[in-house]
Every structure is written in C-alpha cells, then in structure tokens.
Design a protein around this ligand. Sequence first.
Ligand SMILES: *[C@@H]1O[C@H](CO)[C@@H](O)[C@H](O)[C@H]1NC(C)=O
Ligand SMILES: *[C@@H]1O[C@H](CO)[C@@H](O)[C@H](O)[C@H]1NC(C)=O
Length: 428
Amino acid sequence: MATARGRLQIMNPNFLSLVVALSLLLVISSAKVFFEERFDDGWESRWVKSDWKKDENMAGEWNYTSGKWNGDPDDKGIQTSEDYRFYAISAEFPEFSNKDKTLVFQFSVKHEQKLDCGGGYMKLLSGEVDQKKFGGDTPYSIMFGPDICGYSTKKVHAILTYNETNHLIKKEVPCETDQLSHVYTFILRPDATYSILIDNVEKQTGSLYSDWDILPPKKIKDPEAKKPEDWDDKEYIPDPEDKKPEGYDDIPKEIPDPDAKKPEDWDDEEDGEWTAPTIPNPEYKGPWKPKKIKNPNYKGKWKAPMIDNPDFKDDPDLYVFPNLKYVGIELWQVKSGTLFDNVLVADDPEYAKKLVEETWGKQKDAEKAAFDEAEKKREEEESKNDPADSDAEDGEDDSDDAEGDDADDDAKSESKEETEDVHAHDEL
Ligand SMILES: *[C@@H]1O[C@H](CO)[C@@H](O)[C@H](O)[C@H]1NC(C)=O
Ligand SMILES: *[C@@H]1O[C@H](CO)[C@@H](O)[C@H](O)[C@H]1NC(C)=O
C-alpha cells in the first residue's frame, strides 16, 4: 500500500516540484550566514572607513556605484575612486569560530580600470580590532583574492595566519584579468581541505597540510638511511659476452694519403726519401669498448625511505580560527576602479553557490554587453578625437593595444618602488 501510494505521488509533477522546493529550503535554512553584504541602502552604517593614511593624504575615497558597466544599475557596490591611494574599510559581525564547521569566504570584484598593479583581495580578522585604525599592519586571519602587478603577478592569494605567522599558499592559482565582475570563493573544511572557486568553478583544491607550509611535513626522508653497499644503481653495464674482434688493435689510427704523389721536382738525394703525408684512417674506430647492455641486477635509483618526521606535531585544529569577527578590505591601488560587492561569510558552500547564481550569474551577460557597448563608444570617441590618425579605422585594435601598454608601463615605473614595498609587507 505504502509503496503504491509513494509511486503515485512521485509521478505527480506538483508533488515533485514541492519536493525540490522543500529540499532547497532545507539547504538554505540549514546554512548559517555570519555576514552577508550586498551593499544595499544603509551599508555605510555597517562599514567603518579607516583613518589609515589619512594624515599623509594617501587615503582613497570609495565610490558607491554599480560602475561604468553593469548587469543592473541599481545593484551597487563600493569602488576605489582615486589613483595612487591606500584603501581600508571593514565591517564587524558577531564573533564565531569555524571549529567543526565549513568556512566559506566569498565576494565579487570587478577591475574596471584594466588593473595593472593592485590588489582585489579581502581579509577576515579576529579578536578586537580598532576599525578606525585598520590598515596594512593590522593582523589578519585570512587574506584571500586576486592580486595583479605587471606581468609576473596575476594570482589568487590565500594567506592563512597561524601562530602569528602568515603562510602563503604554495600552489599557483591564476586570477581573472579582464574588466568584468568575477566571484572569488574560499572554502575551508573541518578535514583541513580547501577549495578555491572563481565564478563557481573550482580552480584549486587540496589540503592545508600539503599546500601550505604551516606545519612541518608529516614525512621526511630518513636522514640516517644509507645506500646499501650492494645496491646496484648502474642501469647499463658493459656486455661481458662482447669480445674484441681479432686484429682490431692492428688497425692504425692514421694511414699514408693514397692520393698523395711524390712531387716532380723531388730529389731523393737532396730531400731525403719521400714519404706520403698521413691522413686519419676511416677504418679506425678508436680504442675497443664492449657494447653496453641493460644491467640485469639494476635495482633502480636508491631513495632514502620516508619516515615520520619527529618535528611534526599534528594540530587537529589547524583549520580553526576561533575568533573571527571582521571582514576588511585593505589595498594599495596605482589605478583605481576596483569594485567589490556581494561579500559573504557563511558555513555552507551550497548557499554561497546559489548566491553567486542569483547575483553574478543573472547579471554577467548584461554586464558583458554593457562593457562591449562602452568599449565601442570609447573607440569611436578616440577615433573622433584623433581624425588625423588615418589608421584609426583600419587598425583600431592595434592602436588601442599600443596605447594601453604605454599607459601601463608609465604607471608601473612611477609606482614601482612603493608598490614593491606594499607587496613585500603583504607577503611577510
Ligand atoms: C562614481 O562612479 C560613477 C560610475 O562609474 C561615476 O560616474 C562617478 O563619476 C564616480 N564618482 C566618483 C566620485 O568617482
Ligand atoms: C608558535 O610560535 C612560537 C614562537 O615563534 C614557537 O615557539 C612555537 O613552537 C610555535 N607553535 C607552533 C604550534 O607552531
């Protein structure tokens, strides 16, 4: 009876959609959201702009905007708006520990300025932070997100602070470099595994144990181990069966040149007996060597056996940040125009994924179309402003690229020293 009823119900499409809706509700309602900021009205009451670098006049202003191109003009975020400036802003949430929980840290970022050097990352901070003084020296727990500088740095940072030391991820994770919005997601699980996603696509995954040098390695090569005396690591040996052909050593290295002729005017009595000059003997093959064969006793290259590292002390709480309490943006920007939106700190990757679909996922096509439109306008303006350039129409793309590169180079050389300083301290 029960099975018959069950089957009937499952075949009912209304019931099916109800099941789907209910299970989605379950996923959503079981998610714990510690912080979510879509930058709607009132965002300024939740965020504290730091006074950091203000007295040096180096603190940049944030612009509350959806940017020059977007998928929805009413969906605003915060964007850096002044070049060569430091930016620091943070928001507080009820303190929590990610012990026994999955931690999801996610946000979207758009570099409208064709970023050539600057960060697009965010931080999670712990404990008590004076938000008015939040800056580059404020200790953080996690720093995550894209960082671009010149041609060499185009990566996603994932820095974890353990025992007051910042540890950079050892794996290279390339970041997006275009002028459109992208969502960066960092997932840290209680089994000490992690994943890094861009636009809901996993770009890197692994373990805290292997992809950071937070703890010493679990296994090391046995330093006491020695290669056994009788370990045969010669892959090839001389063939013991091979014998030197008879008469091999009688072949001379050089022979008289058979083409040489005694000169007409050679006088044996005055010049001595004529001998032909010698040439290398084409028959001569050098000293005899037996041919090589595979060594039947070859054991392979010797490797020290791996043993448990005596310096390794496991920390089952390696992934735990017990006092997470703030999310912050702290950046140096050579060229401004980086726009942050949809910040999330939660415990549920499914919830985070759905948020990406509902925000970025719904807007990305319109944003791309708006960007293409803006680019077209810009190119038209440029050729209008420069009518003397007869190449403008034929070679629009080439001339644009060239201009862009020049601008990039200028910005880079002017700011190189300062930028390197900032990057150096970030990675300490
Ligand atoms: C803020 O952004 C909008 C859209 O890009 C722009 O029109 C405006 O000039 C910006 N304001 C400042 C102060 O930068
Ligand atoms: C933490 O750092 C201190 C000082 O550098 C060191 O003595 C201690 O062993 C470290 N602890 C762990 C668990 O790494």
